[in-house]
Design a protein around this ligand. Structure first.
Ligand SMILES: Cc1ncc(COP(=O)(O)O)c(C=O)c1O
Length: 371
């Protein structure tokens, strides 16, 4: 049978995207480049020990894939051990592993905001959370100005919601800003549930590198939910949610990305478990490396970031691509981030722990002093 389906709509939209200089394409970059673009903050994805240990331990199980959803028979001892470990070290009642951070945010927001509840989300919250808000009714969703605790408070004061749920990130993925400590007090004051996405703060922030709770010295409470990803500082793939017994049980019963998705990969879960143990064994050494890089970038760029994400604002999408390409020709890979991901085009530089200060100083020579 002949297909006469016309692709003209997509082609038109694609050419409009191309014209604006916003066309995205996947590329495989040379391993020779110095990587200042990835979220491998600690360089764990190049460290042998957790990987080798994972391979040897997984052999003992004689089962290498989860085979089903965790709510059928895909839940494995590997998941349980990891969850118990996470709950213990983070001092939460319980944990649940999830296939990815995207699924974790989708599951949290889709399931926890019931009829009559309202969500209060920072305007820089990750796309996975934003997509999930489309499942809710418009009147249930309030987006507050990035990091404005004043706006958040005003919205909460005016809300008549049955339950209030606040969603913030520990360190925001694009601006690299840290969430203000006040958000914890505000959540308590308004009896709200607080979701903290620690995708970019776990492994880089706090005396024990455990993220924003650690940095601000916050003891987890039943209204706190902490989400972490495994594909960034942990050097694996997947995610986890830490919360009270009640909330984890609720997610097991209502969060569709948990119920209707194959359980997280056994290899990746075990790798994450050993990588996190490795990170904790290396706190002093990693902490010192992080502090040196943070200080160098903040000083040179006139910023005050608490993590390892450094945004360098540019005037236009074309300018950001030109700058990225020039830097690339000199052997460094950085992210060129453009609308709609961010409002203003920017280079996103990750000051990875495993890259030498000498290389960073060489890199910074390509950034004009005026920035
Ligand atoms: C803040 C934030 N949350 C969630 C995610 C999604 O996590 P994952 O890559 O594990 O799907 C990301 C990025 O990937 C992120 O930057």
């Amino acid at each position: 049978m002949e297909h006469n389906f016309k692709m003209s709509f997509y082609t038109k939209e694609l050419s409009a995207i191309r014209k604006k200089g916003l066309l995205r394409e996947r590329k495989i970059y040379s391993e020779e480049l110095i990587d200042l673009a990835s979220n491998d903050y600690l360089g764990i994805s190049h460290i042998n020990e957790p990987f080798e240990y994972t391979v040897s331990q997984l052999r003992a199980y004689h089962q290498f894939s989860p085979k089903a959803s965790m709510l059928v028979n895909g839940y494995h001892q590997v998941h349980r051990d990891f969850e118990e470990y996470l709950a213990r070290v983070h001092m939460f009642q319980r944990a649940i592993t999830v296939g990815s951070g995207f699924l974790a945010n989708l599951g949290l927001i889709e399931s926890l905001i019931r009829g009559g509840d309202e969500l209060f989300m920072d305007s820089e919250y990750h796309a996975s959370g934003v997509v999930a808000t489309r499942i809710l009714k418009k009147r249930q969703v309030h987006i507050f100005q990035h990091n404005s605790m004043k706006k958040l408070r005003e919205l909460l004061q005016n809300s008549k919601a049955k339950r209030k749920i606040i969603a913030v990130e520990g360190i925001y993925s694009m601006s690299g800003d840290i969430v203000p400590k006040d958000v914890f007090d505000i959540a308590d004051e308004f009896n709200a549930i607080l979701i903290v996405d620690e995708a970019h703060s776990f492994g880089v922030l706090g005396d024990s590198l455990m993220g924003v709770f650690d940095y601000y010295n916050i003891q987890p409470q039943p209204n706190h939910i902490k989400m972490g990803t495994l594909g960034k500082a942990v050097g694996s793939y997947g995610a986890y949610i830490l919360a009270s017994d009640e909330i984890i049980s609720f997610l097991e019963n209502r969060a569709k990305p948990i119920i209707y998705s194959t359980a997280p990969s056994l290899f990746d879960t075990l790798l994450a478990h050993f990588s996190i143990e490795y990170i904790f064994e290396s706190i002093l050494h990693f902490g010192k490396d992080i502090a040196e890089r943070r200080e160098l970038f903040n000083r040179r760029l006139g910023l005050d970031k608490k993590g390892l994400i450094f945004p360098i604002q540019m005037g236009s999408s074309e300018e950001v691509i030109r700058a990225r390409d020039r830097i690339l020709r000199n052997g460094f890979l950085v992210g060129a981030i453009r609308p709609p991901t961010v409002e203003r085009p920017m280079l996103r530089v990750i000051a990875r722990r495993d890259i030498s200060l000498i290389d960073f100083k060489r890199f910074l020579e390509f950034i004009p002093e005026s920035i």
